[in-house]
Design a protein around this ligand. Structure first.
Ligand SMILES: Cc1cc2nc3c(=O)[nH]c(=O)nc-3n(C[C@H](O)[C@H](O)[C@H](O)COP(=O)(O)OP(=O)(O)OC[C@H]3O[C@@H](n4cnc5c(N)ncnc54)[C@H](O)[C@@H]3O)c2cc1C
Length: 493
């Protein structure tokens, strides 16, 4: 093993539970006494591949989407071929006292699908099987949004999923999963009817309303990586056809004015309407703030244009596209194909209209992004919430954030060779923005925009559902085998 004890403790985040700590220290002492983990045995037992540093494919397989965490290098990557492989990898990690994490699409904002131990990589299992008679789709392992769409498009049915084609359907669903169809169809997790989960004990459980209902409840919003490894997800599909979409840009906006106009449209819009606002924060306080607004509407473009009319009356857009398209054309036009980068994002749910004080703070802080030596960006996104998302009771699934109007997210990204002081200034701006908007929004954050800087993350992500999640965790994983800095703990402190 090339990893030192100090590196391990530095990279494994806040170690929770005594049993988890004991098992990690056991692993460390095994390393230092020379009786290291038996990697050869794991390689022989897998039907898939064990990839270790220096092996072909290691660099690609190790890399997370958020390159901020790229230095956390797995001692081994088990590229599992099927559920028995996942079981083998979990059992091997336990027997050898090696910490483990699951990797689906690798898009964790906080880099929580990386580990210095064993990465249990589901990217050897990515099939999607749609059943047009049953009206279901079964998604295996690390299949991405793009795989799900490719399987559903020929059948003209969909599952409400995310905008980014590369995000893992599993990771997305376990923490909620919103996209442009969520106000109309609900979250991805709301369409989940069954999931197969391999526990820390190596049991393979079917979880649905009838079998293991508590675990099924937890898998719908309790976040990825805490209860076990989900090897498949079965969704109810919904027929779709024509929609309309919009993409409008403003090269120079009064952010408070435009945000207010949009939030007022959203507050009274039908479920069919969705919205994503992206405000570009300039590095120069005197430079213009740019805005891009995009969204989808389950209805004709004439109705969509009518809905947006109050916004267009507030400020004429620089470019304005409102089109009738098929659902699939719309998906492609609105897709975000971002590659890996170093970034951070912090989120806050917006319970209702942001008042004039909050709009003033929003506008002011957008113009305070610091300049950096290399290229960097800062942005604030506002996503529509409500509609069908809000018609599910907060306690009906583990996903508690049912009553919001919108989700706000502030983020920044920078070049990998940026000066550390420049990165620190950018992060401080994000924190300042986030803190300043809190009194005007809420203390609730989106668990899928997982945020290592959040201190009261248990309540912020899970609210009143936290106690039940902790009880389920204690039952299914009493030794806290599945843990990372923000996994569900076995006890509340
Ligand atoms: C570019 C980008 C766009 C995004 N767009 C959206 C969006 O439109 N809507 C939205 O809701 N969210 C969006 N997200 C957030 C996204 O939903 C979360 O980051 C999600 O957790 C990613 O899942 P993943 O499988 O890709 O990531 P991973 O990093 O592989 O997994 C995330 C977490 O879940 C665990 N996990 C993953 N798969 C499993 C499994 N099968 N069983 C058990 N645990 C598992 C991992 O251990 C990790 O803790 C976006 C993120 C990015 C980076």
């Amino acid at each position: 093993m090339s990893i030192t004890r100090r590196e391990f403790l530095a990279t494994s985040g806040r170690v929770v539970g005594a049993a988890g700590l004991a098992s990690q220290l056991g692993w460390l002492s095994a390393c230092t006494t020379g009786a290291g983990p038996n990697w050869d045995a794991l390689a022989r037992a897998l039907r898939g591949r064990l990839i270790r540093s220096g092996n072909p494919g290691y660099e690609d397989a190790a890399l997370p989407q958020n390159l901020r965490y790229a230095a956390r290098r797995p001692a081994g990557i088990a590229r599992c071929a099927d559920t028995p492989d996942v079981r083998t990898a979990i059992r091997w990690a336990r027997d050898n006292h090696v910490p483990l994490v699951a990797r689906g699409g690798g898009h964790s904002y906080g880099g929580y699908s990386t580990t210095p131990g064993l990465l249990i990589d589901l990217n050897g299992m990515t099939s999607v099987t749609a059943d047009p008679i049953a009206g279901t789709a079964r998604v295996v392992g690390a299949a991405r949004n793009r795989d799900l769409a490719a399987a559903l498009q020929p059948l003209e049915v969909t599952v409400s999923a995310g905008r980014c084609p590369g995000v893992g359907v599993g990771g997305l669903t376990l923490g909620g999963g919103f996209g442009f169809s969520a106000r109309q169809l609900g979250l991805a997790t709301d369409a989940l009817t069954e999931t197969e989960l391999v526990t820390a004990a190596g049991d393979v459980l079917t979880c649905n309303q009838a079998e293991n209902p508590d675990l099924f409840w937890a898998c719908r919003g309790g976040g990825g990586g805490s209860f076990g490894i989900n090897t498949s997800f079965t969704f109810r599909t919904t027929p779709i056809g024509e929609v309309s979409i919009y993409r409008c840009t403003w090269n120079s906006v009064d952010p408070a004015l435009l945000l207010d106009a949009f939030q007022r449209v959203l507050a009274v819009a039908p479920d069919a309407f969705s919205m994503r606002l992206g405000f570009d924060a300039p590095a120069n306080p005197r430079a213009a703030v740019k805005l891009e607004a995009i969204g989808q509407y389950f209805g004709p473009s004439t109705q969509l244009a009518d809905l947006l009319a109050p916004v267009f009356a507030t400020a004429a857009p620089t470019t304005r596209e409102v089109h009738d398209v098929t659902y699939w054309e719309g998906k492609d036009l609105l897709a975000d194909n971002e590659g890996p980068s170093e970034f951070t994002e912090r989120s806050l749910f917006v319970p209702g209209l942001i008042g004039s004080d909050g709009l003033g703070v929003f506008s002011d802080l957008l113009r305070r992004r610091p300049a950096t030596v290399g290229p960097s960006s800062g942005s604030v996104k506002v996503f529509s919430w409500g509609g069908a998302i809000g018609r599910v009771a907060p306690s009906a699934t583990a996903f508690v954030h049912r009553q919001a109007l919108a989700l706000l997210s502030v983020g920044t990204s920078w070049a990998s060779d940026e000066e550390p002081s420049g990165v620190r200034r950018l992060l401080a701006w994000v924190d300042q923005f986030w803190e300043a908007m809190r009194p005007h929004t809420s203390n609730a954050s989106y668990q899928n925009f997982i945020d290592p800087a959040l201190t009261d993350w248990e309540r912020a992500y899970y609210g009143a559902n936290l106690e039940r999640l902790v009880a389920i965790k204690r039952h299914v994983d009493p030794d806290n085998v599945f843990h990372f800095a923000q996994s569900i703990p076995t006890r509340l402190t």
